[in-house]
Design a protein around this ligand. Structure first.
Ligand code: IPE
Ligand code: IPE
Ligand code: MG
Length: 246
């Protein structure tokens, strides 16, 4: 649970809203897809760093439920880039002992993407050191609806005797299952919003917004976010224990 990290200076779970690919490209008079291409390459750098990082869980918002509303050619290109990423980077995941997890509506993803996801998940399923979670076709509101539907089903078929009465009983129904809550949520490219991302799991997450567009976000920027996190006091509704500054 997130409250475990109350005394820790390093987040156990960092989630990133990788934003600004389109604007990065437009500024260079390139098609938006070139921004996505550069953005995907950037994920590789982060994964290399993850293997030696104290951050155990990294969750990346790669495609939202709302992103289907983009032009078809952009959606198709994004799905294609995702497939290429999985084909190319599965070796990196295996080499660095990173397990791949997925959150979001898997069924709506194209068949060839699902096949690649299945393959990489199979190949990395044993790894415990680090966990990369891709949020694909993800939206918190849909996640809540799915959880509610599954609870209703479990009640109907008798596998659950009473509706969950505590958060501990409810949270396994979310896509994130028993993964710890994000301690830190980073959003790149200057927007100060969370866009339907981990709304419940991030209830007590520290937020970090930076102006750098995702294609230019480096490991140094990532470390700056960790540094900012380390200086924060998380209180979870309690009273501050740090000395009063005068
Ligand atoms: C983030 O970059 C990637 C996805 C949402 C898939 P955007 O494509 O949202 O880039 P901007 O925000 O339009 O610049
Ligand atoms: C959030 O970015 C989704 C991802 C990063 C995958 P968007 O660019 O879709 O969010 P809005 O539309 O600016 O809120
Ligand atoms: Mg955007």
């Amino acid at each position: 649970m997130s409250t475990d990290s109350v005394q820790s200076n390093t987040p156990r779970h960092v989630a990133i809203i990788m934003d600004g690919n389109g604007r990065w490209a437009r500024k260079r008079l390139l098609p938006r897809i070139e921004g996505h291409r550069k953005g995907v390459k950037n994920v590789r750098n982060l994964l290399e760093a993850l293997s030696t990082s104290p951050v155990r869980y990294l969750t990346l918002f790669a495609f939202s439920v709302e992103n289907w509303q983009r032009p078809k050619e952009e959606v198709d290109a994004l799905m294609d880039l995702l497939k290429q990423f999985l084909k190319r980077e599965s070796r990196l995941l295996v080499r660095n002992r990173i397990r791949l997890e997925i959150i979001g509506g898997r069924e709506e993803l194209p068949e060839d993407v699902r096949q690649e996801l299945d393959r990489v998940q199979r190949e990395t399923s044993e790894f415990e050191d680090h966990v990369l979670t891709l949020a694909l076709n993800y939206g918190s509101r849909t996640e809540v609806l799915d959880a509610t539907r599954r609870i209703a089903q479990d009640l109907a078929d008798g596998s659950l005797s009473e509706p969950p009465a505590t958060w501990e009983e409810y949270r396994p129904y979310l896509y994130t299952g028993d993964m710890p809550d994000p301690d830190l949520i980073i959003r790149t490219s200057g927007e100060w919003r969370v866009s339907n991302f981990l709304l419940l799991q991030g209830a007590y997450a520290e937020l970090y917004f930076c102006d750098i567009p995702w294609p230019e976000f480096t490991i140094n920027h990532f470390n700056e976010a960790l540094e900012s996190y380390s200086r924060r006091e998380r209180r979870f509704g309690r009273v501050s224990t740090s000395p009063v500054e005068v």
